[in-house]
Design a protein around this ligand. Structure first.
Ligand SMILES: [Zn+2]
Length: 368
């Protein structure tokens, strides 16, 4: 209709007037909508903090951990300034009271406020597409000692996990909060959890392996690691975070092994860490193993424990640096001097890096 109307206007002045009027109308409508959205946004973070304060009876710097994926869900960066304004208004500290985890763009924007004195955790999700509001809120006691105390308490939490009381984040929130509450969760491991977004024995093993490498092949100036995470498990995210070995920059190559291949490599291979030392002009392929049987045997988990118990107990055991020297926990499968050509061969699709190093027979791979 409007298009037809414009087409029929013969008078150029009238046409220009119409276009200017239309542009002004669009601009004024846009700014009105923008202002309305802004006003709603500024309230939302205050609402979230108030809701958590009301359900926990306060947010104290000595007792609170906040976990959130703010910044990851699409458009949620718009709340970052308000979030930090609320956060610092309560005398909370970035390294003491906060873990901002990475999440996918299509994840909801969520917050978990944990009070370590009571063990209570208030989980909040917000929606902000059309109207900004708290869309889900629940408070649960997640004190690990209480939940794992009796068969009845275990079953009760198991039911809540099944009903996804924290929308599928029960394990992540339970383990991170309880680990943090011990006061012994290394902050540099927490930084890895930002990327991994949960706390599991796999990521803990990566932290142990990373520390082993740094101790034995110090990451000095002009030294770099190239990682062949093969077989892969949650450990990889530690290397990416700690050494900046991103796939995009050619720092990490990830692939799997068959059970037969693992067996041929001693049963528990973890990966190949190539150390390039430009000072010494050397390149070494350090092949390491990591033995989870030791962790499972030592951590106190029982065979019939549900996964959330056995995994958290394994986390606790791996958090204790005194356990890192346990014999055979980290094992050296081999150390080989290699050159650039060998490194490039290891990177090629279709090549098994262990075969390139001569640790696996290529024939065996084809016909295991
Ligand atoms: Zn994991």
């Amino acid at each position: 209709m409007i298009g037809a109307g414009v087409m029929n206007m013969k008078n150029i002045k009238a046409r220009i007037f119409f276009l200017v009027f239309l542009a002004a109308l669009i601009l004024s409508l846009g700014s009105t909508i923008g202002a309305a959205t802004e006003a709603d946004n500024s309230e939302l973070m205050a609402e979230v903090f108030s809701a958590a304060e009301a359900s926990l009876g306060g947010i104290e710097p000595e007792e609170t951990l906040i976990i959130t994926d703010i910044g990851s869900p699409a458009g949620s960066y718009a709340f970052l300034d308000d979030f930090y304004s609320e956060f610092y208004d309560r005398d909370l500290l970035y390294t003491q009271n906060l873990l901002v985890v990475q999440n996918a763009r299509n994840s909801p924007l969520w917050f978990a406020f944990f009070d370590k004195c009571s063990g209570n955790c208030t989980y909040i999700e917000v929606s902000y597409e059309n109207e900004s509001e708290i869309s889900y809120q629940v408070t649960e006691n997640i004190d690990f000692d209480k939940l794992s105390k009796t068969p009845k308490s275990k079953a009760a939490w198991g039911e809540k996990v099944n009903s996804t009381i924290f929308n599928g984040r029960e394990f992540a929130i339970l383990t991170i909060c309880n680990g943090w509450a011990t006061g012994k969760l290394d902050y540099e491991l927490m930084q890895c959890l930002e990327l991994h977004n949960h706390f599991c024995p796999g990521v803990s093993s990566g932290f142990v392996l990373a520390n082993w490498m740094e101790e034995n092949y110090p990451l000095e100036e002009n030294v770099s690691y190239t990682v062949f995470s093969c077989p892969s498990w949650c450990k990889e995210d530690v290397f990416v975070k700690r050494w900046d070995t991103t796939p995009g920059k050619g720092g990490i190559w990830v692939s799997s092994l068959t059970d037969d291949e693992k067996e041929a490599l001693g049963g528990s291979p973890a990966g190949i860490f190539v150390v390039t030392d430009k000072n010494a002009g050397t390149m070494k392929a350090v092949v390491l193993g990591f033995n989870f049987d030791i962790v499972n045997a030592e951590c106190g988990a029982k065979a019939d424990d549900p996964a959330w118990i056995s995994k958290y107990l394994a986390d606790l055991w791996l958090m204790d640096k005194e356990n890192w020297d346990t014999e055979e926990l980290v094992s050296v499968i081999s150390v080989t001097d290699i050159d650039e050509a060998t490194l490039n061969e290891m990177k090629q699709a279709g090549n098994n890096p262990y075969v390139v190093l001569g640790l696996l027979d290529s024939e065996e791979n084809v016909n295991p």
